[in-house]
Ligand binder design. Structure first.
Ligand code: SF4
Ligand code: SF4
Length: 295
């Protein structure tokens, strides 16, 4: 019943794992933080107890339902345009996922009124890639992203914690990256060692962070996809099938359109975009770097 409700809510894949305390994974997270590899993402230092033990997020939590939403774009930007990461092609995924989670919770509680549920997407203190792996949806690749054998890594991950005991999927127990190292070689900032990211060297971190930081983020003016575009699992993955999701200007704007963009137009076109979270001033600064016009 749960998996049908998940599919009806519009998610592309679903797996279910029993709740356990993530002792080893939390230890690795603490070491990564202690090494300073999270750069200025201070929020990562908070709530590590909740990341380790999901029962602190929902009293009596027994199961984690993990869902994937494919966002691999069917159409990409014109070749001369300053690059935008593919996840920003679509309307703000936080809103899209929250709407889907709401719909899913309504349908589950209609069938099982006593069930307790709590949904999360991206910003919550949940080790989402670990749960996706434990729910059998894929493995954490050398690019530090979840790689689904069906959808690659261009997926958003959402979770639903529940008090119900459910039928569990077989976990993924090993990476299928093998000898491949394409993502490591493709990273322009040298931010990746196998299975370890140094955000200090990641252009996606720098071109979204407010303020000037003097980092050469070319050719990306928002985010970065090199470690995903290079992955063979993504090359083979199907594009998403969600209609009305893509912001048309993203795949239409040429380099000249981006250069001519003013703040009022930015606010109108990108009102429902994650670009809005970074803001016009930062985007404009990145656009200047990408066009070689920054001083
Ligand atoms: S997003 Fe770009 S800079 Fe960051 S790890 Fe991936 S390839 Fe490297
Ligand atoms: S590019 Fe290769 S090493 Fe990197 S995540 Fe994909 S399969 Fe793994």
């Amino acid at each position: 019943m749960i998996k049908k409700a998940v599919a009806d809510a519009g998610f592309d894949a679903c797996g279910i794992a029993p709740v356990v305390t993530l002792t080893e994974e939390a230890a690795r997270l603490r070491q990564w933080l202690a090494d300073g590899r999270h750069a200025g993402m201070a929020y990562m230092e908070r709530n590590t107890d909740k990341r380790e033990n999901p029962a602190l997020l929902l009293d009596g939590a027994r199961s984690v339902i993990v869902m994937l939403l494919n966002y691999k774009p069917p159409v990409t930007q014109p070749p001369d345009a300053p690059k935008i990461a593919c996840y920003a092609y679509v309307r703000n995924y936080h809103h899209v996922i929250h709407q889907k989670l709401k719909r899913l919770c309504t349908s589950i509680t209609a069938a099982q009124p006593d069930i307790r549920l709590r949904g999360f997407a991206d910003s919550a203190p949940v080790l989402e890639k670990v749960w996706a792996m434990r729910a059998g949806l894929g493995w954490i690749g050398k690019n530090c992203l979840l790689v689904s054998p069906r959808f690659g890594s261009f997926t958003f991950i959402a979770e639903l914690l529940t008090s119900a005991e459910l039928e569990y999927d077989a976990p993924t127990t090993a990476s299928r990256c093998g000898n491949c190292r394409r993502c490591l070689d493709a990273c322009p900032g040298g931010a990746l060692e196998a299975y370890r990211l140094d955000a200090n060297r990641c252009i996606s971190y720098h071109n979204k962070r407010k303020g000037e930081n003097g980092v050469d983020v070319r050719p990306y003016c928002f985010g970065c996809d090199y470690c995903q575009l290079s992955c063979p699992w993504n090359i083979a993955a199907p594009p998403h099938r969600h209609t009305g999701w893509t912001i048309p200007e993203i795949v239409r704007f040429t380099a000249a359109d981006w250069q001519a963009l003013d703040e009022a137009t930015f606010n109108r076109i990108f009102a429902q975009s994650v670009l809005q979270e970074t803001g016009f001033i930062k985007l404009q600064s990145n656009l200047k770097i990408c066009s070689g016009k920054s001083s």
